[in-house]
Design a protein around this ligand. Structure first.
Ligand SMILES: Cc1cc2nc3c(=O)[nH]c(=O)nc-3n(C[C@H](O)[C@H](O)[C@H](O)COP(=O)(O)OP(=O)(O)OC[C@H]3O[C@@H](n4cnc5c(N)ncnc54)[C@H](O)[C@@H]3O)c2cc1C
Length: 336
């Protein structure tokens, strides 16, 4: 028993059994659908159901019930309940096909107590073209990988990363702090569908928590000195003042971005802090009455993205203009 799934664009088809997700079925038949976490949290695999119905074993956190009612589904969790016609959501600017390269460590330094700045260089023949917002997989000798988002304006050879130390984390706590200039790492890139959508020309509202700043920084650096840069509001969530790495540098972005506003929001600020307190999404709701005109980019933990998405949609944000990148844990992704 299987159902026939038609893709609106490209006139391609594949079959899906009721016991497999649409994404698994498509990949099994060598048909690529954009995807990322495979946990139903990041939203990259969102599709529009043009005809037919799907069901979920567990309703995914990355989809709101309003989105489901409007005919959206997450391909990594949805199963076909009938034949379907689906439309993959977003068309993306071009980038290189993912490939493996040996990268050389150029520098490792502390940005904050628990965040490292890692600079890598690719060999000249890599010929890399990636979109601001994409990520790399660092391949470890045991065959596992760890994902990190590029943190600077796209460059064919130089890559920068912000790596937060995860307690007991094998790569972030043990391997990364010991890296030295000249060491090599096997990497695979470019990966991921999170990126700037120039065709979605609207004021930009960006929410970043923790090292979720990295892909947002890459996007914003790619817009610097660009006269087509839309107005930008960046809400950045951290716990304490000490964690606000690159704070001074971000303040200076106002000189190179059009109409740039930066709002750091601390959830555990000390008594001296005169800025905003709480969570980023609360600060956005306090400041902006109607979110319907914004293109919204969010990056950070899956929990923040899920909460923020619900809150912002309830305040008028349009689901067609919300882009999110969830930093899921590799160990969870491996189990999915
Ligand atoms: C697409 C993508 C992009 C990412 N980009 C970045 C980035 O730019 N910067 C960055 O700092 N991180 C980023 N992450 C998260 C990063 O991949 C993980 O923090 C990293 O894999 C942890 O590896 P580890 O070997 O140190 O931990 P592991 O040894 O794999 O895990 C140790 C323990 O920590 C838990 N754990 C693992 N990761 C996390 C986490 N992120 N938060 C809390 N607990 C965790 C595990 O469940 C396990 O219990 C990204 C993740 C994804 C999916």
């Amino acid at each position: 028993m299987h159902h026939r799934i038609h893709l609106m664009e490209g006139a391609q088809c594949f079959d899906a059994r009721p016991d497999e997700s649409l994404l698994d079925a498509a990949l099994r038949q060598d048909l690529h659908l954009a995807h990322e976490c495979r946990l139903g949290s990041c939203g990259t695999c969102r599709i529009r159901l043009v005809e037919g119905t799907v069901f979920y074993e567990d309703f995914p956190v990355g989809l709101t019930s309003e989105e489901a009612q409007q005919g959206f589904a997450l391909a990594c969790q949805a199963r076909a309940a009938s034949d379907l016609v689906i439309s993959p959501e977003r068309r993306l600017p071009p980038c290189s096909a993912p490939a493996r390269h040996v990268a050389t460590v150029k520098a490792v330094q502390a940005l904050a107590e628990d965040v490292l700045h890692l600079a890598l260089e690719l060999p000249p023949e890599a010929g890399l073209l990636y979109r601001a917002g994409q990520y790399v997989n660092i391949l470890l000798p045991d065959g596992s990988h760890r994902s990190f988002s590029m943190a600077s304006r796209p460059n064919p050879r130089s890559l920068e990363f912000h790596i937060r130390r995860v307690p007991q984390g094998r790569f972030t706590s043990e391997d990364a702090p010991r890296l030295q200039p000249g060491d090599t790492l096997l990497v695979e890139l470019p990966l991921g569908g999170f990126c700037y959508h120039a065709d979605d020309y609207r004021p930009l509202l960006m929410l970043a928590t923790g090292t979720g700043l990295a892909p947002i920084k890459s996007i914003l650096e790619s817009l610097m000195d660009d006269e087509d840069c839309p107005p930008v509001r960046l809400y950045r969530g951290m716990r304490t003042e000490a964690e606000l790495y690159l704070h001074e540098e971000i303040l200076r972005w106002a000189e190179r971005l059009c109409d740039f506003r930066y709002v750091p929001v601390l959830s555990r600020a000390g008594a001296q802090w005169k800025g905003r307190r709480g969570h980023v999404q609360q600060a956005v709701l306090e400041d902006i009455e109607d979110l319907s005109e914004y293109a919204i980019y969010m990056c950070g933990s899956a929990a923040m993205i899920s909460d923020a998405k619900k809150a912002l949609l309830a305040r008028g944000a349009s689901i067609d203009h919300v882009y999110a990148d969830a930093f899921t844990f590799q160990s969870e992704a491996a189990l999915a």
